[in-house]
Design a protein around this ligand. Structure first.
Ligand code: URP
Ligand code: ZN
Ligand code: ZN
Length: 468
């Protein structure tokens, strides 16, 4: 592969922006500077464009069974959509099958991913069955390139649900194993009770998904998870934070000096719970957990991103078709598969409504989508940075690119987009994965199977990753 020179652009990093040409050799960043001799390199003029580290989405669900069905996107279609937004690495959740081990889950997910993925990938393991053997297995995960596990405080009545005593024990075991615990923080007992009461009253429509998971159940569980982590003296990552109550708990913990990393998702920044009330069962398209909230939660979330209490924006891409999948819940909202697409839209939403509307800076955009993702999830400085030695995962971002999201211009496989009709300004023109052109002017070029597994680890086992 000849060297590649991206010439004339502005490099945007989490720390600052500056004019520099970028030299790529053998799939890695070789140099940054001005007036570097091109030699025999392929020279690409990126004047007027921003050059950013490839985006990392550490919250996706590809080819995942959920609610009696399987996500609409597999690793081929899901990573095709990811590339169309500038995402060059995802970290997906390998689900432990009850009765099986954690390494089994990792192997099962490699079997789904390896031949299909068009971008690099890492794996978390979602623990669903904490047997004594599984407790011992946690320490083995880093040897398999996995340094994060997720536990669900919600979904009571399914195999995903984890009781406090098990969550607490994992929090005790994780730090000395070099593993970071991630939580889905919603009070599963309260949700179960509210759901049963709603169904008994005949309240079966999609809006009841949100009404039976009020913000308080998330705020309470977030605070409880943080307190359990505090007792166990473990770092913690809280995923898909949706509301100011949960954010307050996170902020208070950080003020106490606790290591709590928090993520929100694009849907919580720009969509709200009124969408679940759309007629003709359309509200089911917006069913995800935790649910979309009252719009008054949006500005506090943007503030959390600006102030650093929310370090990450992940997509929680978990797509189901409206036809045949979301429809499983007609007449009973608890049977609507939870989740929505977003791996493609995540950067567009954050740029248009974040940077474009003055809520966050371009540097904070890069931090939330790339650099902090690499740091919190054990990939830094191989990923998430434009610096000599790093993988040449690069996004050439055109801040003037205008696109209106609609189903027919999406690159994933779901039969709808929750962002239908939303106008975006700013988008990727070119995307490189380890120096190879993977997306250009609307066309995905990377082939299925061209992505590689990223072995992730924390430099200092037990200490958790260092993020400002
Ligand atoms: O609704 C969602 N978020 N589905 C995916 C599973 C999860 O809890 O992240
Ligand atoms: Zn979750
Ligand atoms: Zn998720």
């Amino acid at each position: 592969m000849p060297d590649l020179h991206l010439v004339g652009g502005t490099v945007v990093t989490a720390d600052g922006s500056f004019r520099a040409d970028v030299v790529v050799r053998d799939g890695r960043i070789a140099a940054l500077g001005l007036d570097l001799p091109p030699g025999s390199a392929e020279v690409v003029d990126v004047a007027g464009r921003l050059v950013m580290p490839g985006f990392i989405d550490a919250h996706t669900h590809m080819d995942m069974p959920f609610g009696g069905t399987v996500t609409a996107d597999n690793w081929d279609t899901g990573t095709r959509a990811a590339l169309a937004g500038g995402t060059t690495t995802i970290v997906d959740f390998a689900l432990q099958e009850p009765g099986r081990g954690l390494v089994d889950a990792v192997e099962a997910w490699h079997a789904k991913a390896a031949a299909k993925t068009r971008i690099d990938y890492g794996l978390h393991v979602a623990i669903t069955d904490l047997t004594d053997a599984v407790k011992r297995e946690i320490a083995e995960l880093p040897a398999h390139g996995v340094c994060t596990v997720k536990l669900f405080m919600a979904y009571k009545g399914t195999t995903l649900f984890t009781a406090d005593e098990d969550l607490f024990e994992v929090l005790q075991l994780a730090p000395s194993s070099g593993v970071l615990v991630m939580v889905h923080a919603e009070n599963g007992d309260v949700i179960g009770k509210l759901q049963a009461q709603a169904l008994a009253r005949g309240d079966v429509d999609p809006i009841w998904h949100a009404r039976t998971r009020p913000a308080g159940v998330e705020a309470e569980a977030t605070d409880r998870a943080i307190r359990l982590a505090e007792i166990a003296d473990a770092p913690l990552a809280v995923v898909h934070v949706t509301c100011s109550g949960a954010l307050d708990a996170i902020r208070r913990a950080r003020e106490r000096g606790r290591t709590v990393y928090a993520e929100t998702c694009p849907q919580y920044l720009v969509l709200d719970d009124s969408a679940l009330a759309r007629p003709d069962f359309e509200g089911a398209k917006f069913v995800c957990s935790p649910p979309l909230r009252d719009a008054r939660n949006q500005e506090p979330l943007w503030g959390g991103l600006r102030m650093g209490d929310l370090l990450l924006v992940g997509s929680d891409h978990c797509s189901f078709d409206f036809a045949g999948q979301k429809e499983l819940g007609r007449g009973d909202f608890t049977k609507i598969p939870n989740g929505m697409p977003g791996v493609e839209e995540r950067p567009f939403v954050l740029w248009t409504h974040g940077v474009g509307e003055g809520r966050i800076s371009p540097e904070q955009f890069v931090a939330a989508l790339s650099t902090n993702q690499a740091r919190v999830h054990g990939m830094y400085p191989r990923k998430g940075v434009i610096a000599p030695g790093a993988d040449a995962d690069l996004v050439v971002w055109d801040p003037g690119r205008a696109v209106s999201a609609t189903q027919s211009n999406r690159h994933g496989d779901a039969d709808y987009t929750p962002y239908e009709g939303m106008a975006f300004t700013g988008g990727p023109e070119r995307v490189y994965v380890r120096g190879r052109l993977a997306f250009h002017d609307g066309a995905v070029r990377a082939e299925p199977g061209s992505g590689r597994f990223v072995e992730r680890a924390f430099d200092t086992p037990g200490m958790g990753p260092a993020v400002r």
